[in-house]
Write a protein that binds this ligand. Sequence first.
Ligand code: SF4
Length: 538
Amino acid sequence: MEQIVLGDEAVALGALHAGVSASYGYPGTPSTEIMEYLLDAYTQGGPIARWCTNEKTALEAALGVSFAGRRSLVTMKHVGLNVAADPFINSGLLGIKGGLVIAVADDPGMHSSQNEQDSRFYADFALVPCMEPRNQQEAYEMTREAFAVSEEFQVPVLLRLTTRLSHARAGVSVEAAQGQNPLSKAADKTRWMLLPGFARRNYAGLIEKQGAILAWSTAHPKNILEQEGRDGSFGIITAGLGGNYYEENREDLIRLYRGNAPARLHIGTYPLPLGLIRKLCKDAAQVLVIEEGQPFIEAKLRGLLPASCGISGKLDGRVNRTGELDPDRVRISLGLPPRPTVLSGGLTLPPLPNRPPQLCRGCPHGDSYETIKHALAGLENTAVTADIGCYSLGAMPPYEVPESIVCMGASVGMAKGAADAGIAHVVGLIGDSTFLHSGITGLIDAVAANTPMTLVILDNAIVAMTGCQETMVPSARLRELIRGLGLGEEHLIELEAKKSLIQENAARLRAEITYPGLSVVIFKRECLEATRRRKKKG
Ligand code: SF4
């Protein structure tokens, strides 16, 4: 049976059909739609699916499912893996029982992210297998297979996705779903306790498995070597979506080489199939690597191939080092001329107008930013550290308030450090969901030290930027939570983010900013999109 689905949905379907018992995640573009699909299935009686406070708690919950012998999926965007890195790296040393698959969607080109990090490095670092589908069908099939691979080698498997695959639709042929694993708790406790004595033994076991994992990867049918009738003096290595972009230019390439096209290896699984790479490059004087993301394969080749073989790719600039690949960029790197872009009648397309992202008209954050600007006006020695969310757009005109945006939760710790360093009037700015994700621990530090800073929480009662998911703690309980950290009532202020209250709110905020201790000011008003969706639902 064929279904038309997003790449993300193909992963969700693959997990459901592999008998997943529970899925956990934290929303983040381009991975969000995996969990949205699973949540829909859950509301219709499917297996457990839940958003979590952050990626670390999501992965830890999944480890509990695996410990109980059942299959679990974790979803996140690439920077989320930094947050989950601690349990992720350690999970390779455990005796994974029920299959554990971690679907991580990378965002080359930074469409909605703060960096271009490549999750393949994480799998390599953790010594666990990684699978990289190049189309929706493979996303479905590889997800299904990843659970079995995880159980076979007793390690988690990282499924690496990228934006264009996650967010494009295609037909996917699906197979009959299998049932869930029976509940069967891990029998050997020492496999799950990383006390030094056990951890040393477990780590040795993980190293020992590497040969079998490499053999699995080398023999995997998604790694395809095309040498027959090809010119072996020029080898092309493609991986993931890079394989599709190569295919789009293949006919022209064959013409360019007068039928004697370069030999090629497509890679879909990791660890790198070293034997296949050596075979491809046996007689090669030149190798070109086309991979989406960072030069993961290319950098490894430099230690693998003889110096006589020239290696090209992102590191020598033949393939674009930053941003996404696309068929036209790959075409140029293959030595093909640019495609003509003339329309019928000789017309050429005018350049697309630039549409920078903006806050929605009437967004509560706009009023909060106006308030903060008024509150800071005329003060000297100030700093505003901000965070990740819709309110990051306050860095753009007309507000231009934030001076730093680093990673989820960093605004709080940075505000504390800036105050410790001697900046007199420091404001940390964070959304309600980001605060719960990883800002709260920074606030615990600030409470303990009574740091002279003001934390402004922009509470729009929803995880707005990723499509209005519910926050883990409803707005009504946010104050109670912060009180529980030890902050007194006097400097815990709630204000309504509203245009008509800007002057009044600015005076109250300024009083807190100039107070020589810690204060938290919560600006409250629901996101407009959340209101619209709530009304639509009735
Ligand atoms: S989605 Fe909501 S929070 Fe985001 S910009 Fe629009 S109104 Fe503001």
